[in-house]
Design a protein around this ligand. Structure first.
Ligand code: PAF
Length: 297
């Protein structure tokens, strides 16, 4: 397939390498103005290098799959300017933390097949040319609209490139579960500037448990079938499996970048408001991160 990666950060670069390795014709679309070539080294045992064309309009015009890996808050500004170049058959596949970014531009892209995906693969961009695959994980992909529902074959494309993957026609549930985990881990690790593992300490349990209690009330109203006990045990499993990692929001604050808070806790708060659910701890965390962002940016 002709595939363009929009936003080759850590996750985008990882998929770029594995898709190219599987034989696809992959190009990158970045924010640079001058077209250039980019080599990415996949820092696993094999250390292979891949070469991609960059910011090539022809590639975009002929792309079958646009794999959008920019952060949720960048989706609109990255995608809308290039939309006129795409054929209406081009499949749009979104992979980012958080929810609500597609809803904001839905009317402008609804003529495309749209897919959403979430992954637990770990990736680290060590420098502009090197991406490290820090942990093998699992990817869930599913349809955002009815045209997307006809594109189940994309799961095979992903599976042959970077297993394991699964097609889930109820991708919203998978995204809500990921959002719930991010609500519990990301703001706390950003505010305390700690590794994920620190949240397993007894002194942090009360915060994690209170966040999850509020999140669970919203999940229930959104018809997500997950008990509070299941949510808590999944959150503590992720904390333990990623104990040495710094969460993405921790890194964003550390490097003084804009965070994904509006699409994680912010999205939760919007939904809580619609259902008239009180979420004081999540509101406090949201305000603290917004304050940090204001001081940093
Ligand atoms: O955003 C992140 O960092 C990750 O989604 C997670 C699961 C919290 C692990 O660090």
């Amino acid at each position: 397939m002709n595939i363009t990666i929009l936003g080759p950060g850590a996750v985008g670069s990882l998929w770029a390498c594995y898709l190219q390795k599987a034989g696809h014709n992959v190009s990158l679309w970045t924010r640079r103005t001058t077209p250039s070539e980019l080599s990415l080294t996949l820092n696993t045992q094999e250390n292979s290098s891949y070469s991609f064309s960059c910011d090539n309009k022809e590639s975009l015009i002929h792309c079958d799959l646009l794999f959008i890996t920019v952060k949720a808050w960048q989706v609109e500004s990255a995608l809308l300017p290039i939309l006129p170049l795409l054929s209406q058959e081009t499949i749009l596949l979104f992979m980012h933390n958080g929810m609500g970014a597609i809803d904001a531009i839905e009317n402008q892209i609804s003529h495309h097949p749209i897919l959403q995906a979430t992954t637990t693969h770990g990736a680290l961009k060590e420098n502009a040319h090197t991406v490290k695959h820090t942990g093998f994980g699992h990817t869930v992909v599913g349809p955002f609209n009815s045209l997307g529902n006809q594109c189940q074959f994309i799961q095979d494309v992903l599976q042959h490139s970077l297993p394991s993957t699964e097609w889930n026609s109820d991708i919203q549930t998978a995204l809500w579960k990921k959002l719930a985990i991010n609500c519990a881990i990301n703001p706390l690790t950003a505010i305390y500037q700690c590794q994920n593992g620190e949240l397993s300490q007894p002194s942090r349990h009360q915060d994690v448990n209170r966040i999850c209690h509020e999140v669970h009330q919203v999940l229930q109203q959104e018809q997500i079938q997950w008990t509070e006990a299941e949510l808590l045990s999944t959150v503590y499993q992720v904390i333990s499996a990623t104990s040495a990692n710094y969460s993405s929001m921790n890194r964003d604050c550390f490097y003084q970048r804009k965070t994904e808070i509006d699409f994680i806790t912010g999205y939760l708060l919007q939904k809580a408001k619609q259902h008239a659910i009180s979420t004081p701890i999540n509101e406090t965390l949201y305000n603290q991160i917004k304050q940090l962002e204001e001081n940093l940016l």
